[in-house]
Write a protein that binds this ligand. Sequence first.
Ligand SMILES: [Zn+2]
Length: 329
Amino acid sequence: MAINVKSGLENYSDEPRFHFDIYAILEGGQELYFGHETQVNVNIVETVTIPLSTNGVGTEEDDGLEKCYLSPTKRRGVERRTLIWAPKGNELLGDAWNCGIPHTCSKAECPICRVFGGLITSAIEVEGESDKRPATTLIGRLTHSGGVAIQELGPEEKQRAMHPSMIRKPPESDPTPTPFKREYNQPGLLYPVYNHCLSMTDSEFSAVAYAFMSALARLGAGNPKGVKIYEAPLVREDKEEPWIVVDRYLVPLGKRPIISPAIKDVNKAKKQFKEAAFTIAGERQSNGWQLVEGNFHRYVGDTAIAKLSECLTKFEEEVLNNVDAATDN
Ligand SMILES: [Zn+2]
């Protein structure tokens, strides 16, 4: 029998494929809570420790830096949910495809599974479907990274209380407010984050753009939620704009604007991001909103947002196709 050498990825269009990257610095507009991975229900936020002596920043005596962390796995989960819960006609996109978490549809034509991946370990019966879903492995082509805060600012513990809704309380009655303590990531922390996409069409990347932009308002466990893309002068000294870079390319010519987690000084971190953002094929270019070298395209700041917005419109047209929303009434 002949062997199979193919990847197994079905094509649904003639669009060419590219790699796409998103590099951004996110800012917490208020305190945020991201539960610690191993500490369930104890209200402790997730932190990471950066060993300084091993990477030449500190000395042997340094214990390392403890930093708040917006982990890539959490971001990935929120992004996937924004797609599952995206509006489609009078239903949600995940319902339209019968695709959820943890039970993904794992169909190659599903706009969510196609980029995020899916797994069905053994054939399984699904409510409302006549045929069993076959065991399927669909490898995601979108990966998430970064998330270590720039500033060395540990979590802050806050006293909270759950107040019952009683207006008048007779002296003999319970309940009384239930106090509890919870840690929070402090407002103003900056989190450099990165999304990488492998061999995608513009249509496939449009789902990634939608997930990335929609998740910003929804990051965080419980309340409050939400981050924004950090704004400061980037391309020009006199113009504030979002710190984001979007790449579309065949070969990775651009220096990747990734901030070393060992850096705790915001200005130093910004300098590192900026130097990389304007370096293509090993050469520092002059600052610009769009840098092109052959098939390599880099969009910076406002231009990156414009590029992502194009993708959002494409996603709306091709996937959400929300005809009702086009009318005012
Ligand atoms: Zn799916």
